[in-house]
Ligand binder design. Structure first.
Ligand SMILES: Cc1ncc(C[n+]2csc(CCOP(=O)(O)OP(=O)(O)O)c2C)c(N)n1
Ligand SMILES: [Mg+2]
Length: 356
């Protein structure tokens, strides 16, 4: 494919400082790109489901029915695009905003919603704050609340795979831009490259780490360039361009499986939401910039337009997709809300050898 080959042929520093894209924010698709209707529609549905889920859960938080919520709004292309490159056996080690990767890869919605309610059906027995799901069946590890802590964990998982000669899978490890300032980031990247393990690092650069903007986070030209210090292949993509994210991640995943070496991808996006339901970004940033990202660069609108243009989806079908997910999500919420809280006895389970 021409655009990808051209990007990959660039010098390492150019790759880490430019922006790979396939579908521009004006809706112009790179000539010669081979689009597949079925996979595009599947990813579009994945993004819509995630957006509807976020909208619904935020409302529940505002109604006082759940305690806390963190959205991935505006970042759906980075989430679903990277998820689309994974295989069933891969391990997923998320940061704050990648539960959608788990959901796209098969984590049941009930696991996600029961965890948010912290009810008796919650896998983690109501012990975690909301937005910390996990699903053993789909190798989806619970997110670590301590920023970037998960990076050495992911490297350990990948190292174990290599040690066990389990070479047809990889471990994908996410971080935010803020995560790159932590010691664990450097430990993770150094170890991964030195021990040559099959890990794919994805940095969702959404411009903010709560109230810290990029220009206060780093003096480096980009986040991807940091990977070059570890002699790691480091790529940079328009994180709101679903096709570019998916294409570049597929390339990276295949290469990691073949070479058993890590790759770093920075996906450039924007946190159009607040940091979480406990945050008010209008107190520390210019929200006219946020408005511009919402109006001009929404990742879902970009794909919707393309689908309409190609006549691969009608407005009516789009509405049906929305209704389908609204009803799926509402049903799961109804079920989760009806489940009682965990029994007090569970407090000491998994803690002492003998149950108290
Ligand atoms: C070690 C540590 N320091 C500080 C915090 C508080 N904290 C939670 S999220 C966050 C910002 C994370 O920003 P980023 O990595 O860019 O991810 P984003 O929220 O933008 O997705 C901070 C500082 C924490 N959880 N852990
Ligand atoms: Mg961030």
């Amino acid at each position: 494919m021409y655009a990808l080959d051209q990007y990959l042929a660039c010098d390492a520093k150019v790759k880490a400082t430019s922006l790979f894209s396939l579908l521009s924010e004006d809706g112009i698709l790179q000539e010669g790109f081979d689009l597949d209707q079925e996979s595009l529609l599947r990813m579009y549905r994945g993004m819509r489901r995630l957006r509807i889920l976020d909208e619904r859960m935020l409302i529940l938080q505002r109604q006082g029915r759940i305690g806390f919520y963190g959205e991935a709004r505006g970042q759906e292309a980075a989430v679903i695009g990277t998820a689309s490159a994974l295989c069933e056996k891969d391990w997923i080690v998320p940061a704050l905003r990648e539960a959608g990767v788990g959901l796209y890869c098969g984590m049941p919605l009930s696991i996600y919603i029961n965890q948010i309610f912290g009810n008796a059906a919650d896998v983690s027995k109501g012990r975690q704050m909301p937005c910390h799901p996990c699903d053993k069946d789909h190798n989806y590890v619970v997110m670590s609340s301590c920023v970037a802590n998960q990076l050495p964990h992911a490297v350990g998982i990948a190292w174990a795979m290599k040690h066990n000669k389990d070479t047809d899978r990889l471990c994908v490890s996410y971080m935010g831009d803020g995560g790159t300032s932590e010691g664990s980031f450097h430990i993770g990247l150094n170890f991964a490259q030195t021990m040559s393990v099959p890990v794919l690092f994805i940095c969702q650069n959404n411009g903010w780490a709560i109230s810290t903007p990029t220009n206060k986070q780093t003096i480096s030209e980009t986040y991807a360039i940091k990977g070059l210090a570890y002699d790691m292949e480091s790529l940079r993509v328009d994180g709101n361009d679903l096709l570019a994210v998916s294409t570049l991640t597929k390339y990276a995943a295949e290469k990691i499986r073949k070479d058993q070496k890590p790759i770093f991808i920075e996906a450039v996006t924007y946190r159009v939401s607040a940091h979480s339901s406990s945050d008010d970004p209008s107190r520390y940033r210019d929200e006219s910039v946020t408005k511009e990202w919402i109006e001009k660069r929404d990742p879902i609108d970009r794909i919707r337009k393309l689908l309409f243009e190609k006549k691969w989806m009608t407005e009516d079908e789009d509405q049906k997709i929305t209704h389908h997910f609204e009803s799926e999500i509402n049903q799961e919420i109804k079920k989760a809300e009806a489940i009682e809280l965990p029994d007090k006895k569970t407090l000491t389970q998994d803690v002492f050898e003998e149950e108290q």
